[in-house]
Ligand binder design. Structure first.
Ligand SMILES: Nc1ncnc2c1ncn2[C@@H]1O[C@H](COP(=O)(O)OP(=O)(O)OP(=O)(O)O)[C@@H](O)[C@H]1O
Ligand SMILES: [Mg+2]
Length: 362
């Protein structure tokens, strides 16, 4: 998959922009605060309809403008045109000029795998950050996943509300609660199975990738879920046994909304024992594993975006990472330090100099 022509209107500090990306390597460089991340963010938003910077959509619209439009021709089995329009009120997506009825159906159209320095939070921060990140990763690979997840979350809300009603009104019949629990379990099991399946696939690949970057260390990801390895009947029983606790808390204490996964090196959690560099490279290894999984599942390579990859990494590790990039994968790299890029990549790359919301092909 390749993004060819990208057109922006009022996206962050780009009023109007048109760029033509190259089929393999693209180097986007320039000083701090010029718009490098903004440029690749637009590609990510076009693919996933939301920014990885996690803030409200409004900030994507250039200050004092009403709307932003991102448009690109993407080479897939054929060239498709994608458009996303964001206003204060909402978003509209079009594929080949046809309006998409549901954004959730649109999301798995463009495969983008991105590394951004903020991704270190996947290791350092709370489980909810990790779940969010995993949800995005899986949604690219399976467009039913988000449907299962949102059904689960809807039932979870209903179950929590009913638990509160039960404890306030002192209700003793659990008939309605049991029916909600059954539904919760049926969707939860689907989510758990998909998370487990993807993390198993990642584990098959990540060790050798991490080793080619770091040289040493056995990296694995441990999935932790209340649902893991349990049949629906068993889970419903566990909910029954936990009823007192749920009533006391006024919410559902067990389920895939509590899932977590832990990055481990040599059997120890990277969060507690890993250096910055180890943590960063573990995330990068994870992203590269996803590229390979995406290719196996979808039959074509996703687009790889590496934002500010080089900060805090030594020269050797940077080059080990660059060596891992397959030329068949269209890659967009942003950096302030273009001299750090290996000649193999630099000589084949299309280069873009970013200067305050304007782009010059070099
Ligand atoms: N909605 C917006 N409207 C106008 N300008 C914006 C908007 N949002 C962000 N900016 C501007 O975009 C610039 C930051 O761009 P960006 O984050 O892409 O920089 P960068 O080149 O990646 O820098 P660094 O090398 O520090 O990562 C800032 O100057 C900021 O003021
Ligand atoms: Mg940046």
């Amino acid at each position: 998959m390749q993004i060819q022509r990208l057109k922006l209107l009022n996206f962050r500090n780009y009023e109007r922009l048109e760029v033509e990306f190259g089929p393999t390597f693209n180097l986007v460089y320039g000083k701090n605060g010029m718009g490098k991340t903004n440029l690749i963010e637009s590609v990510y938003v076009l693919a996933l309809t939301k920014s990885f910077r996690g803030s409200v959509d409004k900030v994507l619209v250039m200050n004092n403008k009403e709307l932003t439009r991102i448009e690109a021709d993407v080479l897939q089995k054929r060239v498709n045109n994608f458009k996303l329009i964001i206003t204060g009120e909402g978003k509209t997506a079009k594929v080949n000029n046809n309006k998409v009825a549901k954004l959730s159906d649109y999301i798995s159209n463009i495969g983008v795998i991105l590394f951004n320095p903020d991704d270190l939070r996947i290791i350092k921060d709370s489980p909810s950050i990790r779940r969010k990140s995993l949800n995005v990763d899986i949604s690219l690979l399976n467009n039913n996943y988000l449907k299962y997840l949102s059904s689960y979350n809807k039932i979870l809300k209903q179950r929590n509300a009913y638990l509160k009603t039960m404890s306030v009104n002192g209700l003793s019949s659990t008939e309605y609660l049991d029916s909600l629990t059954e539904k919760l379990v049926s969707y939860g099991v689907k989510v758990e199975q998909e998370r487990k399946r993807i993390l198993d696939l990642v584990n098959d690949k990540i060790l050798s990738i991490y080793n080619s970057i770091m040289g040493v260390g056995e990296l694995t990801i441990k999935y932790v879920s209340d649902y893991e390895g349990k049949k629906p009947i068993e889970l419903c029983k566990n909910y029954k046994n936990g009823l007192k606790r749920d009533l006391f808390l006024g919410k559902t204490d067990m389920g895939i909304h509590k899932d977590d996964y832990v990055f481990m090196v040599d059997g120890k959690p990277l969060k507690d024992y890993g250096s910055e560099g180890q943590q960063k490279n573990a995330i990068i290894a994870y992203k590269f594993a996803l590229i390979s999984i995406y290719k196996d599942k979808m039959g074509e390579e996703p687009i790889l975006i590496l934002d500010d990859l080089f900060s805090e990494l030594d020269y050797e590790k940077i080059n080990n990472i660059l060596k891992l990039i397959d030329e068949k994968v269209q890659t967009i790299i942003t950096t302030t330090e273009i001299d750090k890029i290996d000649e193999r990549i630099a000589s084949k790359a299309k280069k873009f100099l970013i200067n305050n919301g304007s782009v010059e092909e070099v």
